[in-house]
Ligand binder design. Structure first.
Ligand SMILES: Nc1ncnc2c1ncn2[C@@H]1O[C@H](COP(=O)(O)OP(=O)(O)OP(=O)(O)O)[C@@H](O)[C@H]1O
Ligand SMILES: [Mg+2]
Length: 370
């Protein structure tokens, strides 16, 4: 459970301190009040990236040159002080747990978050990087060692690309980067494949309960093996990645960039065998995205001894009554939920406080209250 949150120069907040409650908290306020920004701050702390398409720079309060997000989390009787700070000039991001420097993504294990928002549609419609980021978050939430591998992979990739950019180098040099890239990359791909399989098994069931519109399917797409036939076995991934790097080495040398690897992979979703991004209606795409998020939540509660913190950004405006009830029922078991709404709450709902002059807080016993 997230017990308190501190934002400094984050989005529209110069400075904000919030003591959170458990159960169902609703943030109510007009458009532009800063409700989504608040959820974004919490999500960022747990995920290490913004859930909307924004880059880190966009999160810095206008006129400031850094932001800081801090939060205290109580998990299984232990307390963790989490902090992420970002510096605009250097583009450096610093993650700390209990005052000690840690890897980016390290907070994920302490603060598992699942967000539901209109931006979820980007999981289907958006760029491949958004889908990779989502899958890597789900993987890291269930297998925390993934964070260190992603960090190492990105460093090795940068060095390999730097070498390619130089243009002139010894063959042994590039081979040495390849070897390291393949070792870490194979672990990343293998973990992704295994978690994605579980995620899709859960999503299929959720989707079937939300819609009668056919069967949902998903595939992990890699240029290493074009026919979707990657196996999750780590040795298999290592060999496939190694072969692909060799096959594409002259292309990489010409383009001065690494053209294959987990940093180029993608996810694809299908409804009745038809690719969702190309053929599904907006409503169907939204239900697929919603199924993925509910599946993420189910997966988390099966691997974590504690529940995820659920963030619901304006989701109720997007769903019809039937789906709204199904979703609420699904989420009502969660211990800490924070939802935003622009609608005026009914008389009799007692406000528990004013977070900012524009944002009113309501505490509810359960999700059925919405
Ligand atoms: N980097 C930034 N610095 C300062 N203000 C910002 C920054 N980024 C966004 N804002 C402002 O923050 C305000 C609040 O945005 P936010 O998306 O949180 O609103 P909201 O309460 O969710 O509104 P809605 O109900 O329309 O979704 C916007 O008016 C926006 O201009
Ligand atoms: Mg909003």
């Amino acid at each position: 459970m997230l017990e308190n949150l501190h934002l400094r120069f984050f989005r529209n907040y110069e400075s904000l301190d919030w003591q959170l409650g458990n159960g169902f908290t609703v943030l109510s306020g007009p458009n532009g009040a800063g409700k989504s920004n608040l959820l974004e701050g919490i999500f960022y702390l747990g995920a290490g990236y913004p859930y909307r398409q924004a880059q880190d720079e966009a999160l810095v309060h206008w006129g400031a040159d850094f932001f800081v997000i801090r939060g205290s989390v109580l998990q299984n009787g232990l307390k963790y002080d989490l902090e992420i700070a970002y510096q605009l000039g250097t583009k450096r991001k610093i993650t700390k747990i209990n005052g000690k420097r840690d890897l980016p993504g390290a907070c994920t294990a302490c603060l598992p978050v699942v967000i539901f928002s209109p931006a979820d549609l980007l999981l289907i419609q958006g760029a491949p990087s958004l889908r990779r980021r989502f899958l890597d978050l789900v993987v890291t939430q269930s297998r925390p060692q993934h964070a260190a591998d992603l960090h190492d992979y990105s460093n090795i990739l940068t060095q390999r690309n730097n070498l390619l950019r130089q243009g002139v180098f010894q063959r042994a040099e590039i081979l040495s980067w390849d070897e390291q890239l393949v070792a870490v990359g194979a672990r990343i791909i293998s973990r992704r494949l295994s978690v994605f399989k579980t995620l899709m098994d859960l999503s299929r069931v959720v989707f079937a309960s939300l819609s009668r519109n056919g069967e949902l399917d998903g595939a992990y797409i890699s240029q290493m093996i074009p026919q979707y036939s990657l196996e999750e076995d780590e040795d298999f991934c290592r060999q496939a990645f190694k072969d692909a790097l060799e096959r594409r080495r002259s292309l990489d040398e010409r383009l001065h960039i690494t053209t294959t690897g987990p940093h180029r992979d993608d996810l694809r979703f299908f409804l009745q065998g038809h690719e969702a991004q190309l053929y599904c209606s907006q409503g169907e795409q939204r239900l697929i995205a919603l199924s993925l998020k509910i599946a993420q939540n189910r997966l988390l509660s099966s691997v974590q001894s504690s529940d995820a913190l659920l963030l619901l950004d304006d989701v109720f405006s997007e769903l019809d009554t039937v789906h709204r009830e199904k979703v609420l029922k699904e989420l009502s078991r969660s211990r800490q939920v924070i939802a935003t709404t622009t609608s005026f709450l009914e008389e009799g709902d007692s406000a528990t406080g004013q977070l900012t002059p524009e944002i009113t807080l309501y505490q509810a016993k359960g999700a059925e209250w919405l």
